[in-house]
Design a binder for this molecule. Structure first.
Ligand code: BJ8
Length: 422
């Protein structure tokens, strides 16, 4: 691993505290990833990105900024990357999935706040994440109450741009979202000093669609009877999607898919025949949160699909590429993003339809609905979701958890018992 200490110091990070975070990573990578058998060779790239998660990409962003580039930090799948890249900016996900940051967040937030939000504030105020230091502007969004109020606290320390995401999907709401996307475009132009031309936007719509297509290709391969890649490895790829260079990421996912296609043709699976197929639904699993995948896949089942923002919600539906001017393109972008079904919306029956459709497409034996503790919207939506799944004859297990390991053994027992009776 290269020595990035100087870069971290220059970024104003608390390097000593950060060392503690880095010291647990190699062990976690070994336990969660390298212990798996018969991993695809092309996972090497993603393993390398993970091993140097606070070094490789941040060093690229530092270079980019030295040349006058602007980095935009994002927290939600609704924020359209196309617009940021079209202004020659770089978008990077800032979602935080480590318990390491939670106590820091609790200094600012009530203890009964979802761990993802607490970790966001901890990562910023503890100065232990280079991405949080590097992003010039954070783009927040009105989704759940916890996030939108936490953005006000972040705003005391960093420039924020908040997108007002409607919470219904009537035509007037979609129009309003297109308006918000226009405001984002203007803000990106102002901050970067670059004009977003129709050509630039069209080029970046294609670029991000290509990334979606690569992820769709990867997910489609998991629909096979012989599953060529574990859910744990796929989750890592989905997490890296939020911050890697989009073109390089697309190339590497496609390279992996070439290998997986060969595996499928040769009848190679990473799971023994007859392994139960599980779909996870629910809240996002930000890096390095691999807890549920690890528990499920070490309990004798395979995770073959994730209906989450670190899963299908990130890549399903493409932006229509036929827009001829900026207005049409922005409106096509708004249409695509408003097809994401997050529990912050009401009604949100589209999400039930998605989950039932995906359960069929991926031929799953059951759904495990995983929600982060204190996430009200997903937790409450779980009630109707369970009903719909039961109606469709799909077994479901609801789990509420956080980033700690304190419930791991108890969860494992529940998961094993659930899989046993499938
Ligand atoms: S589109 S899921 S990324 S809002 S888990 S912080 S909802 S209390 S992350 Fe999300 Fe966008 Fe929706 Fe996806 Fe709040 Fe719930 Fe925490 Fe959440």
């Amino acid at each position: 691993m290269a020595d990035y200490r100087k870069m971290w110091e220059d970024l104003g990070m608390d390097v000593e505290n950060h060392d503690l975070l880095c010291s647990v990573l190699p062990g976690a990578i070994g336990d969660v990833f390298l212990s798996q058998e018969n991993r695809p060779e092309a996972m090497d790239y993603f393993d390398m990105v993970l091993a140097d998660v606070h070094g490789l990409r941040p060093a690229e962003l530092v270079e980019f900024k030295k040349n006058g580039g602007k980095v935009f930090g994002t927290f939600c799948t609704y924020v359209p990357d196309e617009i940021i890249f079209a202004g020659n900016g770089i978008a990077t996900g800032l979602c935080a999935g480590s318990q390491f940051w939670v106590p820091g967040g609790e200094r600012y937030l009530p203890a009964n706040t979802c761990p993802l939000i607490k970790a966001m504030l901890g990562a910023r105020f503890d100065r232990t994440c280079p991405f949080y230091r590097l992003a010039d502007i954070y783009i927040g969004e009105n989704t759940c109450d916890g996030k939108k109020k936490a953005y006000e606290i972040l705003g005391t320390d960093v420039q924020m741009h908040i997108m007002d995401l409607p919470q219904m999907k009537r035509p007037k709401d979609i129009e309003k979202w297109a308006d918000e996307c226009h405001d984002l475009l203007e803000m990106v132009e102002k901050e970067t000093g670059n004009k977003i031309t129709p050509e630039k936007l069209a080029e970046n719509i294609k670029k991000i669609n290509a990334k979606r297509a690569a992820l769709k290709r990867l997910y489609d391969l998991r629909k096979n009877k012989n599953v060529p890649i574990s859910g744990t490895d796929t989750l890592l790829i989905s997490q890296i999607a939020y911050y890697d260079d989009p073109e390089r990421f697309t190339t590497m996912v496609n390279k992996l898919c070439d290998e997986l296609e060969k595996r499928v043709a040769d009848g190679v699976s990473v799971f023994p025949a007859g392994t139960k197929r599980i779909m996870i639904s629910g809240t996002p699993m930000a890096i390095p949160n691999w807890k549920m995948h690890n528990l499920i896949e070490t309990s004798g089942a395979a995770v073959v699909c994730e209906e989450t923002c670190t899963g299908t919600r990130y890549f399903e539906n493409f932006v229509d590429e036929s827009g001829e001017n900026l207005d049409e393109m922005v409106s096509n972008i708004a249409d695509r993003y408003m097809k994401i079904n997050c529990a912050c919306f009401t009604p949100n029956s589209g999400r039930f339809d998605d989950i039932i459709r995906l359960a069929k497409e991926y031929d799953v034996d059951a759904v495990i609905d995983v929600n982060l503790k204190f996430c009200q919207t997903y937790d409450i939506e779980g009630y109707l979701l369970e009903d719909k799944l039961k109606e469709a004859g799909i077994p479901v297990l609801g789990i509420e958890t956080d980033y700690t390991d304190s419930d791991a053994q108890q969860l494992k027992t529940r998961i094993e018992a659930f899989i046993e009776v499938l």
